[in-house]
Design a protein around this ligand. Structure first.
Ligand SMILES: *Cc1c(COP(=O)(O)O)cnc(C)c1O
Length: 397
């Protein structure tokens, strides 16, 4: 360890996006690999949209010029999309309600990951706060917090339905920040939830939403709606009631732009103004901004595959549920979560690891995480292969 590097970073390991190894060591490297481990949309942008983007790149984008550092056009388009997709929207032609989202409510990041980091800088840096997460959940909150030296407080979820252990969360919030011998942590300043959660695919329940509503104003509530387009379930229409809530969304999933790194936040204008202070001045390349604007303009076309993905999800869940050995949960997202039944602790983890490896050897990458397996819903062909390969694995065992 180089002596000028912070001690606490020595214990961290770098995030590996494809822990299973996406390409090289697989037996299937020469043929197609079904990449069902990162919850992307299985489809690339339609050809005509790609051509239009390429044309824009060649004809209109000046690569020698800095991007629009204020993301004005993109924020405008996002605000319109958010209004259209939230439940309090008026039908076309009718004036927007008072609670309509405007560009002032939007901040755009280099992926939601950048927004997560900016939020942590805005709230907890310098020993001023801890964060609370309910595991299993999206790992980036904890990873980014640790790189900033911010303490992470974890609570559990119910084993059967993955609801957050709210009583434990309440206790943790009460006890953090009470300086005593065991606890040196600063108070909980941010609660992170995913709606629906990854990897467990469950949406927030009425109880959980009530608890989030009851949190005091000095705790920021981050509601990550990365999978909103699959769940069609948003809390955006309640934002105006809670100045301490922020919603995160991304172009990486339903909008098919994972390669472009565009995420956005919807929040109180004072909070988005703070995020603007923190982010790097030209955080989003012109090409990424253009791609996101194109995607929004073509949303009807791009989101038209969502019903197919939802139908495929039901088929996948039905197929996997046939195996006595597997427990498969319902899903409000574009992935399915499962565990091997009636084995616990280490042997369950061994079984999961083994299934993941056996699928990989047959050409399907899935994610082993949170004490279970997460499988992205792919194209119909990919899902068929997932089912066939699982059948092979279980017939042989
Ligand atoms: C995929 C995902 C994101 C998206 O992150 P980007 O940095 O925008 O690609 C955010 N949150 C959750 C929970 C996700 O699963």
């Amino acid at each position: 360890m180089l002596p000028f590097i912070r001690q606490d970073l020595a214990e961290l390991t770098a995030y590996t996006p494809h822990p299973g190894g996406a390409s090289t060591e697989s037996a299937h490297s020469e043929s197609v690999i079904d990449r069902l481990d990162t919850n992307e949309c299985p489809y690339d942008l339609p050809e005509e949209l790609k051509q239009k983007l390429a044309w824009t790149y060649q004809q209109l984008i000046e690569t020698n010029r800095y991007p629009d550092g204020g993301h004005a056009a993109l924020k405008q388009a996002i605000a319109q999309y958010v209004n259209e997709s939230s439940q309090n929207i008026c039908p076309e032609g009718v004036t927007q309600p008072k609670t309509a989202i405007t560009a002032d409510n939007i901040s755009v990041g280099n992926g939601s990951d950048e927004l997560i980091r900016s939020l942590l800088i805005a709230t907890c840096l310098g020993g001023q706060g801890s964060i609370l997460v309910a595991n299993p959940t999206f790992s980036m909150y904890g990873i980014i917090a640790q790189t900033l030296g911010i303490p992470v407080v974890s609570v559990a979820r119910q084993e059967d339905n993955f609801e957050i252990d709210i009583e434990a969360a309440k206790r943790a919030i009460l006890s953090e920040g009470c300086a005593n011998d065991q606890n040196q942590n600063p108070p909980v300043r941010v609660v992170f939830v995913v709606h629906p959660n990854s990897p467990t695919a469950n949406a927030l329940t009425t109880n959980e939403i009530e608890w989030l509503s009851s949190l005091p104003e000095d705790i920021l509530v981050v509601i990550d709606e990365a999978y909103f387009e699959f769940s069609q379930n948003t809390l955006a229409d309640r934002l105006h009631q809670h100045s301490n809530w922020i919603i995160l969304r991304t172009f990486s999933k339903a909008f098919r732009l994972a390669s472009m790194r565009v995420g956005y936040a919807i929040a109180h204008p004072e909070l988005t103004a703070t995020l603007e202070k923190i982010r790097l001045p030209y955080n989003l390349p012109t090409f990424s901004q253009t791609a996101a604007e194109f995607a929004l303009a073509q949303r009807q076309l791009l989101l038209a595959v969502i019903p197919e993905i939802i139908a495929e999800r039901a088929k996948l869940i039905a197929a996997l549920t046939q195996y006595q050995k597997l427990q498969v949960w319902p899903s409000a997202a574009n992935f399915v979560y499962l565990r091997v039944k009636s084995v616990e602790g280490e042997s369950a983890e061994k079984a999961h690891q083994q299934i993941m490896q056996q699928l990989k050897a047959r050409g399907t990458l899935i994610r082993h995480t949170g004490g279970g397996l997460r499988i992205t819903v792919g194209s119909p062909d990919e899902n068929q292969r997932t089912c066939d390969r699982i059948a092979e694995i279980f017939d042989n065992s």
